[in-house]
Write a protein that binds this ligand. Sequence first.
Ligand code: PBG
Length: 335
Amino acid sequence: MTLPPLAAYPALRLRRPRQADWSRRLVRESVMTPADLIWSMVVHEGEGRIPVASMPGIERLSVAECAKAAVEARDLGIPAIAVFPYIDGSTKDAAGSRAADPDGVVSRAVRAMKAAAPEVGIMCDVALDPFTDHGHDGLIVDGRIDNDSTIEKLVEQALVQARAGCDILAPSDMMDGRVGILRKALEAEGFQDVMIMSYAAKYASAFYGPYRDAIGSGKLGTLGPSDKKTYQQDPANSDEALREVALDIAEGADMVMVKPGMPYLDIIQRVVETFSMPTFAFQVSGEYAMIMAAAQNGWIDEERAILESLGAFKRAGCAGVISYFAPRAAKLLGA
Ligand code: PBG
């Protein structure tokens, strides 16, 4: 950018529109509203609400509490809820068998939420990790995460979720080819209206730590690899994210996601500019925990940090954000 000559400066006062709230609002380039939020929610198999230690302010909700939360989402103008299950450890196995249980806690939560607030969209994670005793998103064959047998299992799980009334299937497993196979299975079963939001560019990130606490996922390495680097992306890569997104779009994804959010704003911007697809960021558990920990220490202003962190995704071009802050943010935005 070439700057104008020095003599022009007194007239070029960029602070002029910043001087009042009305003029700041008038020139604002991006706006966040409750309609940009997807509420990330954890459901458990028991009763009531159970706090998650590493995520202050977040509780696992019973099925009945999820239904109440769906009504709250509707009243707050939040369009959709993403539901994640906490499963009793003693009922997990290496095959993640309960992932495809038609009466499992995810199905029950989806049915209860759709009954309580049918106008709220429900999104389900298609992945095995809440259900496997080894904590991986895939099936382990000869010590490796096996792509194709995992997809078969994911299809079973996704069809159970669709039958329960789920509106958006969100495969978060990062197996190759799963979006296309899921799409075909949905069409074949008459679920042509069920959408797919693919976790298209999902990184092998340290920021998922508190989530694994929230959903009670096993410690990796007991069986199979000690990390998810053979399926989730290398945080150093950017072009690879574009290849992942391109494939998922070609395979039939309706919406794409970049995950985590804040450390990957550059990826979000590239994806939006390259594909012009509805692109979502997942503000993950570690991002939530960082903001809350700093705020609870009095080191940052909690409410401002929540809104600023979410607003960054809109500025980067996102259609919306999946966030544990959704209900709080919607209240702050509505105030
Ligand atoms: C796994 C899954 C993860 C999250 C959503 N789905 C964790 C992982 O990949 O290990 C993370 C969500 C969060 O950190 O808030 N299928």
